[in-house]
Write a new protein. Sequence first.
Length: 280
Amino acid sequence: MTVALEVLVPTCDRPVELACTLAGLAAQEHPFDVQVSDQSAGPASYDTPSAQSLLRVLRRQGRRVRTGRHLPRRGLAEHRAALLAGSSAGHVLFLDDDVWLEPGVVARLHGAILELHCGLVGAAVQGLSYLDEHRPAELAPFERWAGRPRPERIEPGTPEWDRWTLHNAANPAHLADAHLGPGEERVPYKIAWVGGCVLYDRAVLDAVGGFGFWPDLPVDHCGEDVLAQQRVMARAGGAGILPSGAVHLESPTTVPDRRVQARDVVGLGGIVPRPAGVLS
């Protein structure tokens, strides 16, 4: 069965955080289905009473909700590839298991990607413990998209790559305060990549190979989302969306070994920009 939008949640050893993530989804009114894939070493993170209660809430709302174990662990990229392969949705929202969404975020992202006709839109996660810490130099690369985002090839060492600082700490909250004008529901802006909450046009993600590069990576790697996003943006453009509404729970990382970056191993490749007027 084909659905318009499915939220894909990879999780591992985060029962408390996952319940909080599911609570954020349960507060959304926009239609979507949910798939949770668990790689916990012990009991599944979705098998706690709190997570099970929220899964029941989501089902009670009329959503198709699926959960399952995905073992053995073959790395972050393979986990995302498996989630994607299990979905038939036209748009897929990859949501990390340590992100709470305020009401309205999913509707805002879905509305944005339909309006902008680009390959992805993202809500950058905010670390609100840093809310009183202002970083003007890190906000300097901010630039709105005027109209539909254009394909961009993001390369290290370029001004486009330097946009990564926009999403440090509580920077997304400060950007919204500074750039969201009266009556504006959302502001699309230029990005290097977005962590934690990214909605893809499924056809574009498939066109650039999705996360199918996973066999070329060692099990211990990170940055698989950076590589996939930058391939999508080279093909069809992408945007961050203000206000974000995505809150990072600031729990310790489950990926402490970050020495192998996916893009350093695999590379961006020769992605051909989507022809003008083609929507997928």
